[in-house]
Structures are given as structure tokens and as C-alpha cells.
Ligand binder design. Structure first.
Ligand SMILES: Cc1cc2nc3c(=O)[nH]c(=O)nc-3n(C[C@H](O)[C@H](O)[C@H](O)COP(=O)(O)O)c2cc1C
Length: 176
């Protein structure tokens, strides 16, 4: 299977997740390209897609939203998985008793589920380096500590590897 891992990442955390998923797919013998959503020129050349974006203010980044909406007719005919990178910190349950990863689903997932029927969607913990924030994002570094997004790398590589292997196995089954 020729798989495209298409991602949108502002500061690199999501790119790292996309790379890791691509590695798990390659381990299983799939042919994998990895491209920024903005740079994909010929999506028709791929048999399957993993599409991921960082979430900002509850939404996927513009290039990723555009990629899905623009290519929805093609994507609806191929196996597709979506992942989002976002929540920060080590708590799995928030102060209201909700699962942090469920609560952090980007606004677009219900729309995309109806539009392209992905075989799976998931949310991974992300990473934030306050020192490197640019433009309006720097407001985070001026916020009081109890209101700020916690800084650090919270990416759960075991969960990412597990998901990548699950996608690889599902693809292999379809190819058989
Ligand atoms: C200004 C700002 C807003 C954010 N908003 C959200 C959000 O609404 N939901 C979420 O899950 N994560 C949010 N995050 C965390 C980022 O999604 C997380 O740091 C992500 O892993 C960054 O990925 P990137 O480096 O690929 O851009 C926000 C981060 C910043 C700096």
C-alpha cells in the first residue's frame, strides 16, 4: 500500500508524531510518503491516508482543514485515519471529570466523520515550548501559571506507536 502521512504542525510537535506513525507503517512494509498538507500535489497517487494536525483554540490548523475539505471526494473512497495533537499536561481526567483526550477532539472531527468516513480518529497529547512561541501565541507566556497551558513535551510515544501499528495492520488486512 502506498500511504501518505499528511500533517500540519506549527512548532514541530505534530510533525514528530507524523514521523513516528510513518516509521510504524514502514516497519510493516508499507510504502510511506510524509508531506505537509500544504505541499501535497498529487493525492490521487496514494492508496491510503493518515492526516494529522495540531489543535489551536479547539480547531485543526487551516491547511489540514483545507486538505480534507478540498479532497473529500477522493478521501471518501480511500482508507483514511485522522489524528489530532493538542492536550498538554499529565492529567488524563480534567477538573470536570471528562477524559482529556475526548474533550480535546477538534471541532472538525464530526464534520470529517460525516464527509470522508475515516476508519479511525484519535487525539494524542502534544508538546509546547513557551520560548519558541510566535505572534499572538505568546500570550500564553504572559498568562498566570494556573491559567497557562503547561509547557513541556507530553507526547505519549507508546500510544503513538500502538496506534501506528494498528493502522498498519488494518491496511495490511485490506491489501490481502
Ligand atoms: C495558543 C495556543 C492554543 C492552543 N489551543 C489548544 C486547544 O484548543 N486544544 C488543544 O488540545 N491544544 C491546544 N494547544 C496545544 C497545542 O495544540 C500543542 O502544543 C500541539 O502539540 C502543538 O503542535 P505543533 O507544535 O505541531 O504546532 C494550544 C497551544 C497554544 C500555544
Amino acid at each position: 500500500m502506498r500511504v501518505l502521512v499528511a500533517y500540519s504542525s506549527k512548532y514541530g510537535a505534530t510533525r514528530g508524531i507524523a514521523d513516528r506513525i510513518a516509521d510504524r507503517l514502514r516497519d510493516a512494509g508499507h510504502e510511506v510518503d510524509i508531506e505537509h498538507c500544504h505541499d501535497v500535489e498529487y493525492p490521487e497517487g496514494f492508496d491510503a491516508f493518515v492526516i494529522g494536525s495540531a489543535a489551536y483554540l479547539g480547531k485543526w490548523r487551516k491547511e489540514a482543514r483545507r486538505f480534507v475539505r478540498h479532497n473529500h471526494a477522493l478521501l471518501a473512497t480511500r482508507p483514511v485515519w485522522l489524528f489530532s495533537s493538542g492536550p498538554l499536561g499529565t492529567e488524563r481526567i480534567d477538573k470536570d471529570g471528562n477524559d482529556v483526550l475526548v474533550a480535546a477532539q477538534p471541532k472538525e472531527f464530526p464534520e470529517f466523520e460525516a464527509l470522508i468516513h475515516p476508519r479511525g480518529t484519535t487525539v494524542f497529547f502534544g508538546a509546547l515550548d513557551i520560548e519558541h512561541l510566535e505572534g499572538p501565541d505568546r500570550i500564553v507566556s504572559w498568562m498566570p501559571a494556573n491559567e497557562a497551558l503547561p509547557a513541556g513535551d507530553f507526547r505519549d510515544w507508546d500510544a503513538i506507536d500502538e496506534w501506528g501499528r494498528m493502522v498498519a495492520a488494518d491496511l495490511a488486512e485490506q491489501d490481502a
